[in-house]
Design a protein. Structure first.
Length: 351
C-alpha cells in the first residue's frame, strides 16, 4: 500500500487549476495553467496568512479531494462539502475547532481560488463545541515549574508567563521590538494582524539583554559567512531591501543553526524551535510531580488569571492579551469563580 504522503504528492503533481472544467489532468509539465495546489499556495501567501495556516489549509484541501475520489473541486459543490464536514463530525468525531478549520480551508478554496460562491451550508452536522475552562497553574506551581527549567527554554517560559504573549508571538520577536528604556515589548502582527504593547518584567531585563547579545554574535558570524538575511514579514523586503540584513530585524531567540526557508528555500537563521520548549515544559512538569496538563498556552492563561487575582481591570488585561472581544477575556473570571465579587462557600462560613 502506498504511503499517504506519496499519494498526496501524486495528487499535487497532477491537479491542474483552470483551463479545463474536468477534474484531474494528465497534462504534466505541459499544462497551460497553474496546478491547483500551486494556486492555493499563491493566494494564501498573497493574503499574508501564516505558514502554519498554509500547511493546515493545503492539508484539508488535499484530504477533501481524496475523499471525493480525486475529482477536481470544480466538479464538486455544496453537497460534497457538507458531506465531507458531516463525516468529520459523525464518523471522525473531531473537535469543533478541527471541523471549523476544515470548513475555512474549503471556503477559501472555493471563494478565493476557484471564485465560486457556495450557498450557506445548512445541512452540515456541526461538531459539538464544549465549553471548557482553561488550565491555570497556581503561583506556587508556576514557581516550581520555572525553577526546574534552565537555559533558553527557561527564559522563553518566563517571558510567556511574565508578558502574556502567545507562543509564536514570543518566538518571532524581533530585536527592535524590545524596548528596555520603557520596559515594554511591542508585539507585531499578533492574532488578527494587530499590534499591541505588553510589559517587560524587570527581572527578565538582564537575561534578555544577554540573549540579544548572543543573537548579535550569531548575526555577525552569518554576515561574515555571506548570510545574515532574515525573512521579513509581507512585502517589507521589497520596500526596504537592506532591512533584512540589519540586526534590528533579527529574531531575539535565534536558532542555533541556519536552515532552508520553507517559503523560498533560501538558507537563513530562523527562530527557536517551539518543540524544544514543549519538551522542556513536559520534563519540568514531570519533575515537579504535577498532574495538570502544561503547555506554553497554560502560562498565558496563568498570566491573565493572576492579574485578575491582583485586582487589575479586565479591560486592561484584554489589551495586554490582544483579545478582540471582552467575552474572550471574561473566561478567566469563571476560573476565579467570581463574577465581579468573590463567592465564599457556605461550608466555610458555617465553622
Amino acid at each position: 500500500m502506498l504511503n499517504i504522503w506519496v499519494l498526496l504528492l501524486i495528487c499535487e503533481g497532477v491537479m491542474e487549476y483552470g483551463g479545463r472544467t474536468g477534474g484531474v489532468s494528465n497534462a504534466g509539465p505541459r499544462a497551460r495553467a497553474p496546478r491547483l495546489m500551486d494556486e492555493v499556495q499563491r493566494r494564501i501567501r498573497l493574503k499574508h496568512y501564516s505558514l502554519r495556516t498554509e500547511q493546515a489549509y493545503t492539508g484539508w484541501i488535499r484530504r477533501f479531494i481524496f475523499a471525493n475520489e480525486k475529482r477536481h473541486p470544480r466538479e464538486l459543490g455544496a453537497a460534497e462539502v457538507e458531506g465531507f464536514l458531516t463525516r468529520l463530525a459523525v464518523e471522525g468525531n473531531v473537535a469543533a475547532s478541527t471541523q471549523n478549520q476544515a470548513l475555512s480551508a474549503l471556503l477559501f478554496l472555493y471563494r478565493e481560488v476557484l471564485k465560486i460562491d457556495l450557498p450557506w451550508l445548512k445541512e452540515v452536522v456541526r461538531a459539538k463545541r464544549p465549553r471548557r475552562l482553561p488550565t491555570v497553574l497556581s503561583r506556587d506551581e508556576i514557581a516550581a515549574l520555572l525553577g526546574l527549567m534552565d537555559g533558553r527554554p527557561w527564559l522563553i517560559a518566563n517571558l510567556l508567563y511574565g508578558t502574556g504573549m502567545r507562543l509564536m508571538e514570543c518566538l518571532r520577536l524581533r530585536v527592535k521590538d524590545v524596548d528596555f528604556a520603557r520596559n515594554e515589548v511591542l508585539v507585531r502582527d499578533g492574532k488578527g494582524g494587530k499590534d499591541r504593547r505588553t510589559m517587560l518584567p524587570r527581572i527578565l531585563v538582564e537575561p534578555l539583554q544577554r540573549e540579544i547579545e548572543r543573537a548579535r554574535r550569531l548575526h555577525e558570524r552569518d554576515l561574515s559567512a555571506g548570510f545574515g538575511e532574515t525573512r521579513l514579514p509581507h512585502a517589507l523586503a521589497r520596500k526596504y531591501p537592506r532591512a533584512a540584513r540589519e540586526f534590528a530585524w533579527q529574531f531575539v531567540f535565534a536558532s542555533e543553526n541556519r536552515s532552508s526557508d520553507p517559503i523560498d528555500r533560501r538558507e537563513r537563521r530562523h527562530h527557536f524551535d517551539d518543540a524544544i520548549l514543549a519538551r522542556a515544559l513536559q520534563r519540568a512538569r514531570r519533575q515537579a510531580g504535577m498532574v495538570k496538563p502544561v503547555s506554553a498556552h497554560t502560562l498565558r492563561h496563568s498570566f491573565a488569571t493572576h492579574l485578575l487575582e491582583d485586582g487589575y481591570d479586565i479591560r486592561t488585561i484584554q489589551e495586554l492579551l490582544g483579545h478582540k472581544d471582552i467575552s474572550t477575556t471574561q473566561i478567566y473570571t469563571h476560573v476565579l469563580n467570581r463574577g465581579g465579587r468573590g463567592v465564599v462557600s457556605p461550608l466555610d462560613r458555617a465553622g
